[in-house]
Design a protein. Structure first.
Length: 366
């Protein structure tokens, strides 16, 4: 009798342990499944591998939830004051455009180069100025959907987005002068900016370090030319993208006189580090909205609403934290750069810092 009871309790205890182990394994499997899903989505939508994805917060929710503070002093505005923030940005831009001391850095003519940067959506009367390295791929997807080529942004092949012969997005430069004038004066116009130095780091990493799309000219043409001109000593085996240092890149960008001939040689590949003023002519063209990469979670849904398209298309999912300004990263990249070269670089991009309210890089100079 006692032996039978002991056997019974041992059996119950063993069952209990099995249940506990199954519960633990179940939770672990669920956790991995979420990670794997995030990783798969990340491979399709402007992210780093393994990052979980989130959907944009609906406008109604944004009006109730304030964003988290950023370590960038140009700051995330309270969402309830988004329209006043848009007006503040517009007033600042207008004020800086009137500053005669910065005129050479802020005013450019509306040339074919500028018109080439502006994509047209005639169906919804929208103009979008491309500012590379600020998440432009996603806005192109939005316009492609609005033009009717695809029902959702998720269904657009990545290789089609950048194929300007096939993606169905006409450039403003392709139209007649009177058609250009009409659209500039009547269409909803916008573009996106981010901290100028952080954008340069992104351009350097994308084109000279990772180069995820096959663009051999950065490795075989542009990098060797920069190294030859801006590195005091080099060996032939360093004349490739793998040998290009960020310091070389900074010296090239900050060379007010010497880089112009090189830029003509490089052609339109330089758009990834050309200033916002040169790309979009914001002192000559009145844009309805200038969005900021640092506040894109708030700006994107409001831009869609301001353009009257929020019921027609959604902005692609934004990985958590990817838009946040990373001062530590900026400090790390500039840690080996001389103050003279930083000052020269800032002198070139000072117009962008001023036009869009980004604080100067004093923390790199002190």
């Amino acid at each position: 009798m006692g032996g039978a009871m002991r056997h019974h309790w041992l059996l119950l205890g063993a069952c209990g342990w099995v249940l506990l182990i199954l519960m633990f394994v179940s939770k672990f499997i669920t956790f991995r499944a979420v990670d794997d899903y995030g990783e798969r989505v990340g491979g399709q939508s402007w992210t780093v591998p393994g990052t979980k994805m989130i959907r944009p917060v609906p406008v109604s929710s944004l009006q109730k939830t304030a964003p988290k503070p950023s370590d960038q002093s140009s700051a995330v505005p309270p969402v309830t004051g988004w329209q006043s923030e848009v007006e503040r940005r517009s007033e600042l831009l207008s004020s800086v455009c009137k500053n005669s001391s910065l005129r050479n850095l802020t005013h450019v003519s509306i040339s074919k180069f500028v018109l080439d940067r502006i994509f047209v959506c005639d169906k919804r009367k929208i103009l979008f100025c491309q500012t590379p390295k600020v998440g432009n791929t996603q806005w192109k997807k939005v316009l492609i959907v609005l033009n009717g080529a695809f029902p959702t942004v998720e269904e657009i092949p990545e290789n089609l987005v950048h194929d300007h012969e096939k993606n169905g997005l006409p450039r403003l430069s392709s139209l007649k002068p009177q058609e250009i004038t009409h659209r500039l004066s009547t269409y909803f116009k916008f573009f996106i900016v981010r901290d100028p130095f952080e954008r340069l780091i992104s351009a350097f990493k994308d084109k000279f370090v990772k180069n995820p799309r096959f663009e051999p000219w950065y490795k075989h043409d542009i990098a060797p030319a920069i190294i030859r001109k801006y590195r005091k000593s080099h060996r032939d085996n360093e004349l490739s993208a793998s040998g290009l240092h960020f310091e070389d890149f900074v010296r090239y960008l900050g060379d007010a006189d010497g880089r112009h001939r090189m830029d003509r040689q490089f052609g339109e590949h330089i758009i990834h580090w050309v200033t916002y003023a040169e790309l979009c002519a914001p002192c000559e063209i009145h844009y309805n909205v200038v969005g900021h990469h640092e506040t894109l979670e708030q700006d994107a849904p409001h831009i869609l609403k301001a353009a009257g398209i929020d019921q027609l298309v959604s902005y692609p999912a934004i990985p958590p934290g990817i838009t946040r300004y990373n001062r530590t990263k900026v400090e790390r990249y500039f840690s080996g750069i001389s103050q003279r070269d930083i000052r020269r670089l800032y002198a070139r991009y000072q117009g962008d810092f001023s036009l869009f309210g980004y604080p100067g890089p004093d923390f790199l100079l002190n």
